[in-house]
Design a protein around this ligand. Structure first.
Ligand code: AMP
Ligand code: MG
Length: 314
């Protein structure tokens, strides 16, 4: 019995494509990824080309389990503890890459470190079946909003990928949290689907990255997650022609709107975030006004993505 909800023949089809150097859109608990065998340099080159992703922006390698990740990366005690506590799950660990792994250099964009994650669902199952990690960025054109259902991938990259595995909506809805252990300290490179507070409960204070985010984690590029309509954050009123992305009690009922979570639940809001941005954007409003969202728990990742979306449309 497979640990994913894909029918076996679809998974076998995906395995055959990946083994021949193809690229497959695969769901995880965070967002849909565009996956290729991390050992296959040509397939990895195709991922960068398909997304229009800058060559300096490295990919996350998805492993079937911790043992597969340890064949590729060097885990210090803290990284090991984090992996043992939170995998499978929405946490990516950046660790030094071991020598002679055969991983295509483009996966790490030439860095001496590699980003590793053991996700839930079909991505891990496929990595197990092909016996190699799968390098997979989010399955969207570079700079655009990440896909949280198969239709999002179909609309953006449908004719450019070999197969899209459809597993419905992603449970978490925002990308993984990325951390790196530096000098015995856990450093946050990107807020994401695992709240920092959960990590701190296990390893103590997590430090914010002081390095150049373009090098440390180019997913932090300001223009990421850009819809076409301008986004206005922390809105406490609505101007003419704007659509509303509400959170909690809506500011008004007299405008086109969607509510991330009427009850103010941050998990529900993260789950709905990208899909609702896309839906409001499709209405072509003069702008999208977003009600304030608390910075705690998943709110940090939600506010991070929203402020990047706001920058990208300025
Ligand atoms: P995406 O898959 O589109 O969510 O992007 C993957 C994220 O992981 C990007 O922000 C990358 O910059 C980051 N990343 C991948 N490899 C590394 C690495 N070796 N060091 C730091 N960040 C990395
Ligand atoms: Mg992405």
């Amino acid at each position: 019995m497979s640990n994913s909800s894909q029918p076996n023949d679809r998974l076998e089809q995906a395995v055959a494509i990946l083994e021949c150097g193809g690229i497959v859109a695969v769901p995880t608990e965070t967002v849909y990824g565009l996956a290729a065998n991390a050992h296959d340099a040509d397939a990895i080159a195709r991922i960068y080309k398909t997304k229009g992703r800058p060559a300096f922006n490295p990919l996350i390698a998805h492993a079937s389990d911790l043992a597969m990740a340890q064949v590729i990366g060097e885990f210090d005690d803290l990284s090991l503890r984090l992996a043992e506590t939170f995998w499978p799950g929405p946490l990516t660990l950046v660790v030094p890459i071991l020598a002679d792994t055969g991983i295509a250099p483009a996966v790490t964009a030439g860095l001496p470190t590699i980003a590793l994650r053991h996700p839930l669902g079909s991505m891990a199952e496929l990595a197990k079946r092909i016996g190699s990690p799968l390098a997979a960025p989010s399955a969207n054109s570079s700079g655009k909003v990440s896909p949280t259902c198969a239709r999002h991938v179909q609309d953006d990259l449908g004719n450019k990928v070999d197969l899209i595995l459809d597993e419905g909506d992603c449970k978490v809805g925002v990308e993984s949290t990325i951390v790196k252990v530096d000098d015995g300290k856990v450093v946050l490179l990107r807020a994401g689907g695992l709240p920092v507070e959960d990590i701190e409960a296990v390893v103590g204070p997590v430090h914010r990255s002081a390095g150049n985010p373009r090098i440390e984690a180019p997913g932090m590029m300001l223009s990421h997650y850009a819809p076409s309509s301008p986004i206005r954050l922390n809105a406490n009123c609505l101007t003419d022609g704007e659509a509303l992305l509400a959170f909690g009690a809506p500011l008004t009922r007299d405008a086109p709107q969607l509510n991330l979570s009427p009850s103010g639940d941050l998990k529900e809001a993260a789950h709905n975030l990208f899909s609702m941005i896309k839906q409001l954007d499709a209405l072509n409003p003069l702008g999208i006004a977003v009600q304030p969202i608390p910075e705690t728990g998943l709110g940090a990742a939600i506010n991070d993505r929203l402020s990047r979306a706001a920058q990208g449309t300025r």
